[in-house]
Design a protein around this ligand. Structure first.
Ligand code: 6R9
Length: 671
């Protein structure tokens, strides 16, 4: 039964790179050699199907619990789940202490590679030393259980240490990606009422120093939009990374090395109940304000450790695993910090960009550290394709045995290139579908078990129940498409939106009765395997980063020149989607340049300042009017047609159908 038949957007974006999915017929059988030794066998699916709660109970028992749980799932307050709720544990204890306690302290946890070429090797014993000092440091600043800590750091070991130190004392971390602006930072700090901000003087990016601390200073200061200084933040703890000059506010600002280094490396973890919040992570929703999704401890850790073990087939004694995501995104949380560390994996952590100082940097790192498992995003793969196979061909990539993809649909061409050029036609690919909300991978092939098809994420992993449904919530038949839903609760599901239970319910649970609405379109092929088709709402996916049309529109109209703005995500060969903005400039403001390019440049910089570089529109087109329905809704579908250079679709519901002609003519004249 459908409670709210209106699904936002209500259409599956047609993306030309995805169209050939319908004709893709290649399949790759699992490798016999891998099947013989894989962590997962086909039996997992049978076991999970017979009793999924028992399946998850066994997965949870792989964690180290202080007090064992007796109840698996309490769903009485649905859609807020409680998993393993009467058990107690600590996330940092599971990720670090346990390995040292069980004799694995000498194993390398991280091979850190800084962009300028500096390296560090950190064993699990080193990590234990660091997290204990950091935990004591945080306590010395008055941070304790339940307090929120904002982390705004580059991809350096201190980012991992800071997250784990928070978890160790029961504080809730909220990591904010280093590419967000001061304004975005302020919004997130205010929403979480963070007591402490952990940052660095700067990070290394494309051979230059990217400043971070000045953005924190700006975020905390009074501005026109926020007339008072941020009150919740008592201290800013700054890691010295680049050595660049930074302003200092005595009393508030402290150096990490002054606070953390002198502490004793002894600290008893705070044993928390399984449902104690572990972190908040802000993500773009369908409205302008980002949502603070939060995850709790026991279920989340069960989900990430279990999926990391079965999807990546991790053999911690021999594998060298590299997930290229930033810890500021959920992929970094689940598949750099918590999942792999709980499994005792040895990882590569790289600070920089793929083309600094040269376009072979990643392959050089793989060669040097003999990386066996690589987990990255389609946007990166397409970039490497553009640079050409001659670059990876110069390196020895034979250590690789498994490749993963995440963040957006992977087109079959990129999938095949990844398999052939990077994987030497030998490594299976796991295309993993999941979201910040799901906490861990829900749809993916299992290496050694599942045959793969280029571009398909295949099937739900064992213990997970997904479906593709039509507008009425009924499952579609094989060969048909619809909306992806999850029909049973799972351990690592989000527990809510920070401070807004209603929004949690209405965003995810009101579209289809009793089912979690993921916001993605999907198709079942004739075999029933799943092909993800991109978002069905106003969320765009640019290089695997989630952005909403509304948040960028808000940023654009906050500029004095702009009367109205409409933003769409258009297909882009490299980034998957790109932001394209249509703006109407004001007629009552003087001094607006008549040259469209000059307007575009100014507005692009404005968006960068408001949200961050990741949101900068690829194209900004100045138009006289945007197409609207008679009820005043912007018809983004038509603008997407223009942005993608397609014939414009059905215009019959437009209030003024000549608008589209005017836009087209204007653009043609401008070119
Ligand atoms: C992990 C992550 C979630 C959205 C999700 C979907 C897209 C992620 C995908 C994929 C197709 C895959 N997405 N993985 N689409 N195939 N393998 O990316 O989380 O940043 O929250 O984004 O990303 O549209 O809804 P998040």
């Amino acid at each position: 039964m459908v409670r709210d038949a209106h699904v936002p957007g209500g259409h599956v974006p047609s993306r030309h790179t995805l169209e050939n999915l319908h004709t893709e017929t290649r399949t790759f059988a699992p490798l016999v050699g891998m099947a013989a030794h894989a962590n997962a066998t086909g039996y997992e699916y049978k076991k999970a199907k017979a009793d999924s709660l028992e399946y998850w109970r066994e997965a949870a028992l792989r964690l180290s619990w202080k007090q064992p749980f007796t109840e698996i799932l309490d769903w009485s307050d649905a859609p807020v789940a409680r998993w393993f709720h009467d058990g107690t544990l600590n996330a940092c204890d599971n990720a670090v202490d346990r390995h040292v306690r069980e004799g694995r302290g000498d194993r390398v946890a991280f091979h850190f590679v800084g962009e300028p070429g500096d390296t560090q090797t950190l064993t699990y014993a080193d990590m234990l030393d660091r997290v204990q000092r950091a935990a004591n440091g945080l306590l010395s600043l008055g941070v304790g259980k339940g307090d929120r800590v904002a982390i705004y750091l580059p991809q350096i070991p201190e980012a991992v240490v800071a997250m784990l130190a928070c978890a160790r004392i029961g504080a809730i971390h909220s990591v904010i990606f280093g590419g967000f602006s001061a304004e975005s930072l302020r919004q997130r700090i205010d929403d979480a009422e963070a007591k402490l901000v952990i940052t660095a003087d700067g990070g290394n990016r494309r051979g230059a120093h990217l400043a971070l601390k000045p953005l924190v200073d700006e975020a905390l200061a009074p501005t026109a939009e926020h007339p008072t200084a941020c009150e919740s933040v008592k201290h800013v703890l700054t890691v010295k990374r680049t050595g660049q000059e930074t302003a200092w506010q005595d009393g508030r600002d402290l150096w990490w090395h002054d606070v953390v280094d002198p502490q004793l490396p002894e600290h008893e973890p705070e044993w928390v109940e399984a449902e104690h919040p572990l972190f908040i992570l802000y993500t773009s929703g369908t409205t302008g304000t980002p949502k603070g999704l939060y995850h709790t401890t026991g279920g989340y850790l069960t989900g990430v450790a279990h999926t990391h073990r079965i999807v990546f087939d991790i053999k911690p004694e021999t594998d060298v695993y590299w997930c290229t995501a930033d810890v500021g995104w959920v992929t970094g949380h689940s598949y750099i910090v918590y999942g792999p560390m709980i499994n005792g994996a040895t990882q590569v952590l790289y600070e920089g960009t793929p083309n600094t100082p040269h376009e072979g940097r990643w392959w050089e790192i793989i060669q040097e550290y003999k990386v066996t498992i690589l987990y990255t995003a389609p946007t990166a793969i397409r970039t490497f394709m553009k640079w050409g196979h001659a670059i990876p061909d110069q390196y020895d990539l034979t250590s690789l045995r498994l490749l993963g993809s995440v963040g957006e649909p992977i087109n079959p061409e990129a999938w095949m290139w990844y398999r052939n050029v990077i994987g030497g036609d030998r490594c299976p690919i796991v295309d993993t579908w999941w979201q910040t909300e799901t906490g861990s991978i829900l749809i993916s092939p299992l290496p050694g078990v599942t045959a793969t098809k280029p571009g398909s994420a295949m099937t739900a992993i064992p213990g997970i129940a997904v479906e593709v449904v039509d507008d009425s919530g009924a499952p579609v038949r094989n060969g048909e498409g619809g909306y992806l839903v999850i029909t049973e609760p799972w351990p690592s599901m989000l527990r809510g939106i920070w401070g807004d239970r209603h929004r949690y319910q209405s965003t995810y649970w009101n579209h289809f009765d009793g089912m979690y609405f993921a916001g993605d379109g999907a198709k079942k092929d004739v075999d029933g395997d799943l092909w993800l088709m991109g978002r069905v709402d106003d969320v765009m996916n640019v290089s695997g980063h989630r952005l909403t049309t509304t948040e960028i529109e808000h940023a654009l109209v906050s500029h004095p020149w702009v009367a109205e703005a409409a933003v769409v995500g258009a297909n882009d060969e490299i980034t998957g989607q790109a932001v394209v903005a249509f703006v109407i400039v004001r007629s009552d403001v003087e001094g607006i340049p008549t040259d469209g390019e000059a307007v575009a440049t100014a507005l692009r910089n404005h968006v960068r300042k408001q949200i961050g570089p990741l949101a900068k529109p690829r194209d900004i087109l100045v138009v006289a009017e945007v197409p609207k329905t008679r009820s005043g809704k912007i018809m983004r579908r038509l603008l997407r047609d223009v942005a993608e250079n397609r014939p414009v679709g059905d215009v019959t519901t437009l209030a003024d159908s000549s608008v589209m002609d005017a836009i087209r003519e204007g653009l043609a004249a401008g070119k």
